[in-house]
Design a protein around this ligand. Structure first.
Ligand code: GDP
Ligand code: MN
Length: 378
């Protein structure tokens, strides 16, 4: 789950990371009130779950409350990379001398958190990694020892901070690491962490990605989920208990089991096709869950063919077939569909599907099913 900038910064701040004063607004008049309370110049910042808002015109510097209200009006009408802006953050404007990058990510191969810092802040870190990889400095954190003072000192030196800033950089880095672990994040990032005119550090941006599997430990954070900001299909999938990730191919996949879903995507690729999604309907899938899954796949306009790959263990193939037929009534698919059902009650399942009036064929092997789906999508 991604958090909005203002949510991330508030959590960082609880752990001692310095952030600008400010508040969120959903209406231009509220933005004016916040600007009035703060006094002086403010930044009006769109709150959407994508990076590069600055470049997209979603961040504006306002000199006074009138201007803050005008910019809020403009920004609240924007769509940034397809996402409508519903909130703005109004922050005291920072007097920026330089911008650095500071982030903690989970490094899966090291099985540890890694802290990264760079003198090249303000631009996306992926871009720095491409154009100037040596500018990204890293330390790996031992989970039992935590982030050590010598490590943050090393980062501070390597990114060229001044001696006077070492101490506050150390505190900020500790705070960020604490927030990362306290909320079970997979990413906690400040980009940019700015050095102000008076040499202070200030986190003007914040980004956090929380591990969905740990959200049960943070019920208060789970409530922060910005349902409006999610892609509708992903929200519907989550609510139905399906694991769904949209991809950019043309073959819709409906599979039970995450490993089988991965294998299905691989074999589609192997035969020259490309999957439109990853979708795991889970074990023991009920007919209505299958129906929801199929609807999600068919609502995706890039889908040219659908591949069902069902292994009947706990899940019974006839139950899945019933779900598919039920979903057909509702969705009336026009694209070709290929079903491979094996395992418990596979014969019954295949028999049921034969009677379908839609363009559905059944296959006995995954190779056969994948080949047919790829051919059908072409
Ligand atoms: P992003 O574009 O979505 O990553 O949004 P950021 O919050 O990182 O803002 C983008 C850029 O806007 C920053 O790198 C800064 O250069 C600038 N910016 C953000 N906040 C302020 C501020 O308070 N004062 C000034 N002068 N610039 C700011
Ligand atoms: Mn940023």
């Amino acid at each position: 789950m991604k958090l909005q900038e203002y949510q991330s910064k508030r959590l960082f701040s609880k752990h001692g990371v310095p952030i600008p004063n400010g508040d969120v607004a959903t209406k231009p008049s509220e933005a004016r009130e916040v600007a009035e309370t703060l006094g002086g110049p403010v930044v009006v910042k769109s709150q959407v779950l994508v990076g590069g808002r600055g470049k997209a015109g979603g961040i504006k510097l306002a000199q006074d409350p009138d201007e803050a209200e005008a910019y809020a009006t403009e920004i609240l009408e924007m769509n940034i990379k397809g996402l409508p802006v519903r909130k703005v953050l109004v922050d005291e404007a920072a007097n920026i001398e330089s911008e650095i990058y500071l982030g903690v990510v989970l490094d899966r191969s090291a099985r540890r958190a890694t802290m990264m810092a760079s003198s090249e802040g303000g631009v996306e870190i992926e871009e720095v990694a491409q154009t100037k990889p040596e500018a990204i400095r890293k330390v790996t954190v031992d989970p039992f020892l935590g982030l050590r003072g010598y490590q943050t000192l090393r980062l501070a030196k390597e990114i060229g901070l001044r001696k006077e800033q070492y101490r506050s950089f150390g505190r900020t880095a500790q705070g960020l690491y604490e927030a990362f672990t306290a909320y079970d994040a997979s990413l906690a990032e400040i980009n940019p962490l700015v050095v102000t005119g008076d040499g202070e550090l200030l986190a003007v941006d914040g980004k956090m990605v929380l591990d969905d599997n740990a959200l049960f430990r943070h019920p208060d954070l789970a409530k922060l989920r910005d349902v409006d900001a999610e892609a509708p299909a992903e929200r519907e999938a989550r609510e139905a208990g399906l694991s769904y990730v949209k991809l950019d191919g043309t073959i819709g996949c409906m599979v039970n089991g995450a490993g089988l879903a991965m294998a299905t995507m691989d074999i589609i690729k192997y035969f020259g096709g490309s999957p439109a999604n990853f979708l795991d309907i889970g074990g023991g899938a009920q007919a209505d869950k299958v129906a929801t899954a199929l609807r999600l796949i068919l609502e995706d306009e890039s889908v040219e063919a659908v591949l069902f790959n069902i292994f009947g263990g706990i899940t019974r193939c006839d139950e899945v077939a019933a779900g598919i037929l039920e979903a057909f009534e509702e969705t009336r698919p026009t694209v070709p569909l290929v079903a491979r059902l094996v395992g418990t009650n596979e014969e019954e399942g295949r028999e049921m599907l034969k009677e379908s009036a839609y363009n559905l064929t059944t296959a006995k092997t995954l190779v056969d099913a994948a080949r047919r789906a790829v051919a059908a999508a072409e």
